[in-house]
Design a protein around this ligand. Structure first.
Ligand code: NAD
Length: 254
């Protein structure tokens, strides 16, 4: 066990992992982030709309000696966001990880409902969470928003997804500036191609995704996303705010 988040309470929104038919499926980002935070001494509030999945994450947190609370709620629902934030006593860190992609691809393949559903989870939810959590955070508190390389350059072929992830960067910059007055930081982690159940599902839907040539020669793991998230939540990142850190194996270079 490390001690980088000792005494911290971290709310992870989207702490579960998409169910997978593969027995050896890798974990999703939110699950890895929850376990990695616990390994560094944090209490973790595991919030997800999928109760079974949130409970699995909570038990993995306990397996590494951590303390976990489960909240079953939907981040696209304002009351759900309030339940998530209310469940965390002595909150010090917030990770907004829940993310979805909707639509068949391209502008024509994206309905107004696809757009609204994507923005509700990927951008409106994080805004609501930030608005509720900010007054509870004190010096050393921090937000980490899980964005995507698709928020920095066109990537997913889902315009709602790309736009929501670009919007998250704007939200985080605002949160960083507003939070600075009270010593609270905010940053975005922008993963590239990560081998998670959701990533594999995306590749099944668009096989060219799996053939993408990544400069470092492979897809990333959720643990690599989690390591950067833990760093940004910790005091080691005490002078980093308003930034976007890509975890993409160099994919953003090409
Ligand atoms: P995942 O599906 O395994 O995990 C996401 C979790 O969020 C799931 O447990 C899901 O139940 C939960 N969730 C979804 N909608 C929710 C809602 N409305 N309310 C509450 N919980 C909800 O996915 P993942 O691959 O680990 O991705 C996590 C994040 O990382 C997403 O924001 C995604 O956009 C981002 N990301 C992933 C990749 C990748 O290649 N996997 C790349 C870039 C960015």
């Amino acid at each position: 066990m490390g001690e980088r988040l000792l005494g911290h309470t971290v709310l992870v929104v989207g702490a579960g992992s998409m169910p997978s038919p593969e027995p050896d499926a890798p974990v999703g980002n939110g699950r890895a982030i929850s376990v990695a935070c616990a390994r560094e001494g944090a209490r973790v509030v595991c919030a997800d709309r999928d109760e079974t999945s949130a409970r699995v994450t909570a038990s993995l947190v306990r397996d590494v000696g951590g303390e976990a609370t489960v909240v079953v709620a939907d981040v696209s629902d304002e009351d759900g966001c309030a339940e998530m934030v209310a469940a965390a006593r002595d909150l010090t860190g917030v990770v907004c990880n829940a993310g979805i992609g909707r639509g068949a691809g391209g502008l024509i393949g994206t309905s107004a409902d696809d757009w609204d559903a994507t923005l509700a989870v990927n951008l409106r939810g994080p805004f609501l969470i930030a608005r509720l959590a900010m007054p509870l955070l004190t010096v050393g508190g921090s937000f980490v928003f899980i964005g995507s390389l698709a928020g920095l350059q066109p990537g997913s072929r889902l315009p709602a997804y790309d736009a929501s992830k670009a919007g998250l960067i704007g939200l985080s910059r605002h949160v960083a500036l507003e939070g600075a007055r009270q010593g609270v930081r905010s940053n975005v982690v922008a993963p590239g191609l990560i081998d998670t159940p959701l990533g594999r599902a995306a590749t099944r839907g668009r096989p060219t995704r799996g053939r993408t040539l990544v400069p470092l020669g492979r897809q990333g793991t959720a643990w690599e996303v989690a390591a950067v998230t833990v760093f940004l939540l910790s005091d080691e990142a005490s002078y980093i705010t308003g930034t976007t850190l890509s975890v993409d194996g160099g994919l953003g270079l090409i």
